[in-house]
Design a binder for this molecule. Structure first.
Ligand SMILES: *Cc1c(COP(=O)(O)O)cnc(C)c1O
Length: 217
């Protein structure tokens, strides 16, 4: 059985245990730094939802594959610089790393030029770690309000828990924040903790190494 099939089985089992509808969790296969043959294998198994953490790396990889497999959706899960917003919006179906007003302003400008906008997730720094991107929970209100004022397609929230803490605490916090703001999208859970994330309501899990194997350095 492929790693993809094994992950899909674990997702279904976790959904059933949590009393959720089977298939209600989207699996983003995080393909950053993975060799092309591994990506093709996952595509040939019929998987179509992928995630990348760098705009430039994704640009070099996905437009060509999208010509062969037109239904591919690629999501940006890594940090976004203002000067890359246009290329990001042309490539990605969703951006999971919105974390400042300036980015929303730029996204709004480009959305008006392009006539479309990817679905957006606000990244929340739930552990309030200084080195990590994301808004701190206290500043989330401002960002949500601004996204709504600009009429942008805000789908939900995203977090990456601190590596040394129980992820469930952070997933629970993110779930509560999303509820409070009436947002239904929750992007949380990676290879080591996606079952916990599903239990706490994830709509998108971002799984790299469990699907593709360990990333080559
Ligand atoms: C790399 C990455 C993942 C996937 O990590 P794995 O541990 O390989 O599953 C998920 N989310 C983000 C933001 C990442 O950069």
């Amino acid at each position: 059985m492929s790693s993809l099939a094994a992950v899909q089985e674990r997702i279904s089992a976790a959904e059933i245990r949590a009393g959720r509808t089977e298939g209600s969790t989207h699996l983003l296969a995080i393909s950053k730094l993975q060799p092309l043959d591994r990506i093709l294998r996952v595509l040939d198994h019929g998987h179509r939802e992928f995630g990348e953490n760098r705009v430039q790396e994704a640009q070099q990889k996905w437009p060509e594959l999208q010509e062969r497999y037109p239904e591919i959706d690629v999501h940006l899960v890594g940090p976004l610089q203002t000067n890359k917003v246009r290329s990001a919006m042309q490539l990605f179906a969703a951006i999971h790393s919105v974390d400042r007003i300036k980015l929303l302003t730029r996204i709004d400008t480009v959305a008006q030029e392009l006539g479309h906008c990817p679905r957006l997730f606000i990244q929340v720094n739930t552990g309030e770690e200084p080195q990590k991107s994301g808004v701190i929970p206290d500043e989330l209100d401002t960002l949500v309000n601004q996204a709504r004022r600009l009429n942008l397609p805000l789908e939900g929230l995203m977090c990456i828990p601190p590596s040394h803490e129980a992820p469930a605490l952070h997933f629970g916090l993110l779930t509560n924040l999303a509820k409070r703001h009436g947002l239904r999208g929750l992007s949380m859970g990676m290879s080591g903790d996606f079952e916990t994330a599903i239990h706490l309501g994830a709509t998108y899990i971002r799984v790299g190494s469990a699907v593709f194997g360990v990333r080559p350095r």
